[in-house]
Design a protein around this ligand. Structure first.
Ligand code: AMP
Length: 217
């Protein structure tokens, strides 16, 4: 029996990893898991995990590894993932990456590719301060680059658009520093295993998606 394939999107905040993961998952007919979305949902529901995670998210810091790993494991064990999945925002530290490898082994998945999407800080600031997300379906907009048809309303489902609390200039800079220190070492880790696909994220969404597809074939 062949193992089900797993695709990871990594990169700094605002690199478009969530956007690309959302495009790739339906194409491969597998679910998309976003660790950030799961944590924000936990915060909204004020669950036990949410209560721990809230302050970290608001400050732009990473939640403790054991919390991130538990949330990820619960998600990938879901029956829907049995034919594989696309995940973004996890792993985000070396410790998470090592434990993720073990988790995939145990659950009989094959880590197929890690897309590392690169983008400079100035572009990140432009993108994230203008980003708006739909509260209902998670669709993502940008006030200048891809505005919704009606202000404040999602084109897809009519849901309310909101600005993430961590998408302010100050918190974005913290998230970027956290990324450089804690997540960037994963580039080396996955280069060594031959899984890394380097993607230039400083292009429009369709162009980046073309690169992602090239890296799969
Ligand atoms: P994102 O939506 O991917 O930008 O993630 C938003 C926030 O969720 C991050 O700034 C962290 O506070 C938290 N988070 C998401 N993924 C992880 C992870 N793998 N490990 C720790 N914290 C995470």
């Amino acid at each position: 029996m062949s193992l089900a394939d797993v695709y990871v999107f990594a990169g700094p905040p605002g690199s478009g990893k969530g956007t690309q993961a959302k495009l790739l998952a339906p194409k491969l007919n597998v679910p998309h898991i976003s660790l950030g979305d799961l944590l924000r949902e936990a915060v909204r529901n004020a669950s036990k995990v949410g209560q721990i995670a809230k302050n970290y998210l608001d400050a732009g810091k990473l939640v403790p590894d054991n919390v991130a790993i538990d949330v990820a494991e619960e998600a990938v064990k879901n029956e829907e993932c049995r034919n594989g999945f696309v995940i973004d925002g996890f792993p985000r530290t070396l410790e998470q990456a090592v434990l993720f490898d073990k988790m995939l082994d145990k659950l009989k998945f094959n880590l197929k590719r890690v897309f590392y999407i690169d983008i400079p800080l100035e572009e990140i600031l432009k993108r994230l301060t203008g980003r708006r997300s739909c509260r209902t379906c998670g669709a993502i907009y940008h006030l200048t680059f891809s505005p919704p048809k009606a202000e404040g309303k999602c084109d897809v489902c009519g849901g309310e658009l909101y600005q993430r609390r961590d998408d302010t200039d100050e918190v974005i800079r913290v998230r970027y520093e956290v990324y450089k220190k804690q997540t960037a070492p994963l580039i080396d880790y996955y280069t060594k295993t031959g899984k890394l696909a380097y993607i230039n994220g400083n292009k429009d969404v369709a162009e980046v998606f073309k690169e992602v597809n090239k890296a799969i074939s």
